[in-house]
Design a protein around this ligand. Structure first.
Ligand code: SAH
Length: 393
C-alpha cells in the first residue's frame, strides 16, 4: 500500500536527524492525503528528503517513528526488532537468570518500538499498546512473541483498555490473545510475588523497581521500615529479610491484601510485618522518631507538563514530612516516576524539602531504572524513574 507523505516545516527536521522518535503535530507543514489513525506514514523534510517512517496518530505526538531508514515495517521488520530486544536482555543478564522470571521484554522507545510495552510474568506476556498502529497488529505481535520466546509463553494478555486513545473510535478490551492463565507466582532476585495482570495496576507489577529493591536490602538490617505507597509490597518483602519491623502503607484495600499475601508467600505468618490502609499524607502527620528507614514511591504526581508545578510541590511536601520526622541517622529511599519531572527538578524538590527542615542530608545513591527498561539516548523522556537514597543526620 502506498504510504501517505508528511512534510515537516523547515528546521523541524533537526530533532529527527538526531533520532528523536516523536514528531509533534506543530512540526508538520503538510499532510498529503488523509491518513487514518494508526496508518504508516513517511516523514520528509522541507526539501523533500526522506527522514523516517512511523505510525500516525492525530494527536500532539503525531508520528511515532519506527525507522529512520526507508524500509517497510512488515512482519520481518518487527521480528527483527523483538529478536533484538530478546538478545539485549540475554546479554544484560535479564533473560537466563535463574532467580528472575519477571521482566519487561519491550520498553517502547527504549527498544525502538514506540507505543508498545510487553511485560513477561513467568510464562505470561502482558502487552500494552499506546498507539493504534500497534493495536492493529496485535495478533501479529502475539505470534512473534510466541515464536521468539520459544516454549516460554503459555498465554498472551492484552491490557490496552486504558491506554488506546479514545479519539480513535476503537474500543480496546482487555483480553487473552493467546491461551489463558490463572495468576502466576514469579521470582525476582529469589523472592516470590503473586501477579494478577487482570486486576493489578499497570500490567500487574512495578518491575522497574527491581534493582532499587535489591539496594534497599543493604540498608534494612535491624531497621524499622516504613514502606509508603507499598502496592504489592515489593520493597516490604525485600526489607523483611533482615529488618526489625516493616510497615506497609497504601490507600487501596486491594494493595494491602496483595502486600500481605506476598509477605506470607515469602515469610509465612511473620509478626514483624503490618499493613495499613490509610492515606499517605495522613499517616505521615504523626510518625516522629518511629522509623529509621522510609520508602516514598508515590504514583506519578504529574502526567502532563501543565501540572508540573503542582507535582513538584507534592514531592516537596511528601519528602519534607519524612525528612522532618525520621529518626536521626535514618535513611530515605525517595522516588518520582513522572515522565515530565526531570532528575534535576526532582532533586530540587528534595533539596527544598530538606532545607525547610534544617536537618543535614547526604545523598548516598542516585537511582534509576534497570536494564530491561532501557533509556534510548536520543529520547531523554524514556528516563522516567529517578530516585535518591538520602541519609538524614
Ligand atoms: N512501591 C510500589 C509501587 C507504588 S504504586 C512497588 O514497588 O511496587 C503507587 C501506590 O500508591 C498504589 O498502590 C496506590 O494505591 C498508592 N496510593 C496512591 N495515592 C495514595 C495516597 N494518597 N496514600 C497512600 N497510597 C496511595
Amino acid at each position: 500500500m502506498e504510504r501517505i507523505k508528511i512534510v515537516l516545516k523547515s528546521g523541524k527536521e533537526q530533532s529527527v536527524k538526531r533520532y528523536h522518535p516523536w514528531i509533534f503535530s506543530g512540526a508538520i507543514k503538510k499532510v498529503y492525503g488523509n491518513p487514518a489513525e494508526g496508518d504508516l506514514v513517511d516523514v520528509y523534510d522541507n526539501k523533500d528528503n526522506f527522514l523516517a517512517v512511523g505510525h500516525y496518530q492525530p494527536s500532539s505526538i503525531a508520528v511515532r517513528i519506527l525507522s529512520f531508514e526507508n524500509v517497510n515495517p512488515d512482519i520481518e521488520f518487527f521480528r527483527n526488532k523483538i529478536l533484538k530486544a530478546v538478545r539485549y536482555r540475554k546479554s544484560t543478564g535479564i533473560i537466563g537468570n535463574p532467580d528472575l522470571n519477571v521482566y519487561r521484554l519491550i520498553h517502547g522507545e527504549g527498544d525502538g518500538l514506540p507505543g508498545l510495552i510487553v511485560d513477561y510474568y513467568n510464562g505470561v506476556a502482558v502487552i500494552q499498546m499506546h498507539s493504534l498502529g500497534f493495536y492493529r497488529i496485535r495478533k501479529e505481535i502475539t505470534e512473534l512473541l510466541i515464536e521468539l520466546l520459544k516454549n516460554q509463553v503459555v498465554a498472551v494478555y492484552d491490557k490496552s483498555e486504558g491506554t488506546i486513545p479514545h479519539m480513535s473510535g476503537v474500543k480496546a478490551v482487555n483480553e487473552y490473545l493467546y491461551g489463558s492463565s490463572d495468576p502466576v507466582i514469579v521470582t525476582e532476585n529469589g523472592y516470590k510475588f503473586k501477579i494478577d495482570w487482570t486486576t493489578g495496576q499497570k500490567t500487574g507489577f512495578f518491575i522497574d523497581q527491581r534493582d532499587n529493591r535489591k539496594l534497599l536490602e543493604q540498608f534494612s538490617e535491624g531497621r524499622t521500615v516504613l514502606n509508603m505507597f507499598g502496592y504489592t509490597g515489593g520493597f516490604s518483602v525485600y526489607a523483611m529479610r533482615n529488618a526489625a519491623a516493616v510497615h506497609t502503607v497504601d490507600s487501596s484495600f486491594s494493595a494491602i491484601e496483595l502486600a500481605n499475601g506476598n509477605i506470607r508467600l515469602n515469610f509465612g505468618d511473620d509478626k514483624r510485618h503490618e499493613a495499613f490502609q490509610v492515606d499517605a499524607f495522613d499517616y505521615l502527620n504523626d510518625i516522629r522518631n518511629r522509623y529509621d528507614l522510609i520508602i516514598l514511591d508515590p504514583p506519578a504526581f504529574a502526567k502532563h507538563n501543565n501540572v508540573l508545578a503542582n507535582a513538584l510541590q507534592g514531592y516537596k511536601r511528601l519528602n519534607m514530612k519524612a525528612i522532618e520526622q525520621i529518626k536521626p541517622g535514618g535513611i530515605i529511599f525517595t522516588f518520582s516516576c513522572s515522565q515530565v519531572v526531570t532528575k534535576e527538578n526532582f532533586r530540587k524538590s528534595v533539596f527544598a524539602a530538606a532545607a525547610n527542615t534544617g536537618r543535614n542530608v547526604r545523598i548516598i545513591y542516585q537511582m534509576s531504572q534497570p536494564p530491561d527498561h532501557p533509556v534510548n539516548i536520543y529520547h531523554p523522556e524514556s528516563e522516567y524513574l529517578k530516585g535518591l537514597v538520602i541519609y538524614v543526620e
